[in-house]
Design a protein around this ligand. Structure first.
Ligand code: NAG
Ligand code: NAG
Ligand code: NAG
Length: 436
C-alpha cells in the first residue's frame, strides 16, 4: 500500500507540474480593480444635463441601429448637445501591446467598442496590426474616431486577449482625464462603428476572453461602492463569474427586456415604489448603465404635471419623476440641477423599492442622496441635501423609462450575463450602509 500511494502522489505532482504552464481555462474568476473619479473641472457642473445627454444619445443610437443607420449615426454628428465631459467615472488600468502600455479606460456598459488614444498616445509593438478600417463612435458625452488595430490586451494577470480589435483615436472629444473606453455592453452596439464595414460586429473583450477559452462563462460581475471622496479605488470588475466575497445574498437574475430601445442595452423590466405604497413607475422597461451617475426616471409632458390630468389617465403614463418629487417634497435646485430636500424632509425620507422579476431591491434614504462631502464639488451648498434620483428628460411609455446608474449600482452587485441574456443583482455589505 505504502509504495503505491507514494507513487500515486509522485505521479500527481509530476502531472500538475507539467500541466501548469498549459492551463488556460481559469477555475476562478479574475478581477480588475476600478477607481472612481469625480472630475468637474471640465465644465460639467451639472450632473443631470450630462446624464440626460447620455440618455438621449443612447436612445438615438438604438433608433439609428433599428433603422439601419448606425453607421451614419456614428460618423456624422447627429447629437446636437454641447459636448461635456462625464463628471463621475469608473476607470481601470488596462495594458495594450507587448510590452504593454498601460491606459486608464472608462468602464462602460452602454457601449461596446474598446479604444485608446484620448490621452496617452497608442504605442505600437510587435503585437499591433493595423486593419484597413476606420472606427467612429458617438456617445452622449463625446465621440471619437480613428483607425482600427488588433492587438494584445492585458486586463489583469492571467487575463490576456490576443488580437482584440481596438480603436486608436486620431480625434476625440469629451474624454478629459482618461485615455479611452473599455466597452462592456452587448456586442450589437458595435454595429456601424467600422468603415468600410468588413464585419458588422466587433467581438468585445468579454466575447474574446470567452471564445479564446480564458473564461468559462460569458459574463461579468461588477462591484461598485459608495464613497464620499472625489477619487478612490473602490470597485472591481470580475470576468467569467461573480466575486462571492462581495455579496451578502444570492444573485437574482432578470431577463433582458424585449421592449425597444431598452432591449438594445442591458435593459430590464422594473417597477418602482416609494415607501409602503406610492407607485413611482409601474412595470416598464429601462436600462442598467455604468456610464450614468444618477438614477433617472421618466418625466411626463407638461400636461401630465397637472394632478387632475393624472387622475384621468392610466398610472403607467404618470410622470415618474414628478411622483417622486411629490412624495419626497423635494424642490428643483438651480445650481446643481438636482432635487433638493430640507433636513426635516430628509429625516422623513422613505426607501425607494425597485422590483424586477419578482425580487425587490431597497434603496434606503442614505442611498438616495448625493454624498454631502461632495456637495460643493457639484456646485451645491455644503449644508444642503441633494437627491440622486433625477429627471430622465423624456416621457414615460417610450421603452426606456429609467436608468439604474452608479447610485443604484453602488448599493447592489450587478452581473451582466451575455450567454443567458440576463442581468443579476445581489445585496452587498453596502446595501444598507450609511455613508452620505
Ligand atoms: C479633469 O477634466 C479635465 C477637463 O476635461 C482634464 O483636463 C483633467 O485632466 C481631468 N483631471 C483628472 C484628474 O482626471
Ligand atoms: C417586459 O415588459 C413587456 C411590456 O409589458 C412585456 O411584453 C415583456 O414580456 C416583459 N418581459 C420581458 C422579459 O421583456
Ligand atoms: C432658476 O433658473 C431659472 C431659469 O434659468 C431662473 O428663471 C430662476 O430665476 C432661477 N431661480 C433661482 C432661485 O435662482
Amino acid at each position: 500500500m505504502f509504495p503505491s500511494a507514494a507513487l500515486l502522489t509522485t505521479v500527481l505532482l509530476a502531472l500538475s507540474a507539467a500541466a501548469t504552464p498549459f492551463v488556460t481555462i481559469r477555475d476562478a474568476p479574475v478581477t480588475l480593480p476600478l477607481a472612481r473619479k469625480l472630475n468637474l473641472t471640465g465644465g460639467t457642473k451639472n450632473l443631470v444635463k450630462a446624464a440626460q445627454a447620455r440618455a438621449k444619445a443612447l436612445r438615438a443610437l438604438a433608433e439609428a441601429k433599428a433603422s439601419g443607420n448606425a453607421e451614419a449615426f456614428h460618423t456624422d454628428a447627429v447629437i446636437n448637445e454641447a459636448v461635456d465631459n462625464q463628471a463621475v467615472t469608473y476607470v481601470a488600468s488596462v495594458g495594450v501591446g507587448s510590452p504593454a502600455t498601460t491606459y486608464s479606460l472608462l468602464i462602460d456598459t452602454g457601449s461596446s467598442n474598446t479604444w485608446v488614444g484620448a490621452g496617452r498616445a497608442y504605442v505600437r509593438t510587435g503585437t499591433s496590426t493595423q486593419t484597413t478600417n476606420r472606427v467612429s463612435v458617438t456617445y452622449g458625452s463625446g465621440s471619437f474616431s480613428g483607425t482600427e488595430f488588433t492587438d494584445q490586451v492585458t486586463i489583469a494577470s492571467g487575463l490576456v486577449i490576443s488580437k482584440q480589435s481596438i480603436g486608436v483615436a486620431t480625434r476625440s472629444t469629451g474624454f478629459g482625464g482618461v485615455d479611452g473606453i473599455l466597452g462592456i455592453g452587448p456586442v450589437d452596439l458595435t454595429s456601424g462603428t467600422l468603415t468600410p464595414a468588413t464585419s458588422t460586429l466587433i467581438p468585445t473583450v468579454t466575447d474574446n476572453l470567452f471564445s479564446q477559452g480564458t473564461i468559462t462563462s460569458n459574463e461579468i460581475g461588477i462591484s461598485f461602492n459608495p464613497t464620499n471622496v472625489a477619487e478612490t479605488v473602490n470597485g472591481e470588475l470580475t470576468w467569467g463569474g461573480t466575486d462571492s466575497s462581495k455579496l451578502t445574498g444570492a444573485v437574482n437574475f432578470t431577463p433582458i427586456t424585449s421592449t425597444f430601445p431598452a432591449s438594445e442595452f442591458w435593459g430590464i423590466n422594473q417597477s418602482i415604489r416609494y415607501g409602503a405604497s406610492t407607485t413611482i413607475l409601474s412595470s416598464t422597461a429601462g436600462i442598467v448603465d455604468t456610464g450614468t451617475t444618477l438614477v433617472l426616471l421618466a418625466s411626463g409632458s407638461s400636461l401630465l404635471k397637472f394632478p387632475p390630468v393624472q387622475y384621468l389617465i392610466s398610472a403607467r403614463f404618470i410622470d415618474a419623476i414628478a411622483a417622486y418629487q411629490r412624495a419626497t417634497g423635494a424642490v428643483a435646485d438651480n445650481a446643481t440641477g438636482l432635487l433638493r430636500l430640507t433636513t426635516t424632509q430628509f429625516n422623513n425620507l422613505q426607501s425607494l423599492f425597485f422590483t424586477t422579476n419578482g425580487v425587490t431591491y431597497e434603496l434606503i434614504p442614505d442611498a438616495q442622496i448625493w454624498p454631502r462631502a461632495l456637495n460643493t464639488a457639484i456646485g451645491g451648498n455644503a449644508n444642503s441635501v441633494y437627491l440622486i434620483v433625477a429627471d430622465l428628460g423624456t416621457t414615460s411609455g417610450q421603452g426606456l423609462d429609467f436608468i439604474n446608474g452608479f447610485a443604484f449600482l453602488e448599493r447592489f452587485y450587478s452581473v451582466f450575463d451575455t450567454t443567458n441574456k440576463r442581468v443579476g443583482f445581489a445585496t452587498t455589505p453596502n446595501t444598507r450602509s450609511t455613508i452620505n
